[in-house]
Design a binder for this molecule. Structure first.
Ligand code: ADP
Ligand code: 5GP
Length: 187
């Protein structure tokens, strides 16, 4: 059965954003699932395109309203997938890409077992991951340490994923990700 929900997970800095951008540019019908979060906006990020940036109170209100398909607290902030967005795409027969943590990925598969494909983007090593996080220059040293600590836990979930891509040489990674999507949309 063709898949509609393509879920990218990786430790922070693993390459999800880079892969997601490539897939969105390659598949014009693919929509990005814009998550809600309480974390601060990074330079270059846009509200409504990268995330819906909410206050903690606003996020709590969305939880109470039942608007979130899944949510997690990660690095002290809330992150969650909006139910309305996913329903709209599924109903229209479209395809969607998600950038979520490993728990979020497993929750999405539980909610839509037939429609979901889980892709894990793994860094070639913890050293490489640390270097990429540092060179991205979007987090403090303390935030980077938290992300590396969580990465070790996340790497243990790889066995639950349908496809694992080692993100070493970027063009190879992008080509592989593209191929995985092509294979599963039935094109
Ligand atoms: P994530 O969204 O998973 O946190 P990003 O896509 O932001 O990760 O990637 C983290 C950093 O590593 C970015 O600065 C990105 O440009 C860089 N990067 C991604 N893939 C590679 C790669 N294969 N080789 C070198 N740098 C990479
Ligand atoms: P970042 O702050 O680097 O954008 O994201 C931190 C982590 O939160 C990443 O692992 C990212 O995939 C995850 N994340 C982003 N949106 C969601 C979401 O809607 N749900 C879940 N469970 N995780 C998310």
């Amino acid at each position: 059965m063709p898949k509609q929900l393509f879920v990218l997970s990786a430790p922070s800095g693993g390459g999800k954003t880079t892969v997601a951008r490539h897939l969105l540019a390659t598949f014009p019908d693919m929509k990005f699932s814009v998550s809600a979060t309480t974390r601060a906006q990074r330079p270059g990020e846009e509200h409504g395109r990268d995330y819906f940036f909410l206050t903690k109170d606003e996020f709590a209100e969305r939880i109470n309203q039942g608007d979130l398909l899944e949510y997690e607290v990660i690095f002290g902030n809330y992150y969650g997938t909006l139910r309305s967005e996913v329903k709209r795409i599924l109903d229209s027969g479209g395809i969607m890409i998600f950038d979520v943590d490993v728990k979020g990925a497993l929750s999405l598969r539980t909610a839509f077992p037939e429609e979901t494909l889980l892709m894990f983007i793994a860094p070639p090593s913890m050293d490489a991951l640390e270097k990429r996080l540092r060179s991205r220059q979007t987090e403090s040293a303390e935030q980077i340490a938290l992300r590396l600590e969580r990465a070790a836990m996340e790497m243990q979930s790889v066995e639950f994923f349908d496809e694992v891509i080692i993100n070493d040489i970027l063009p190879v990674t992008l080509e592989r990700a593209e191929l995985v999507v092509r294979e599963h949309i039935g094109a």
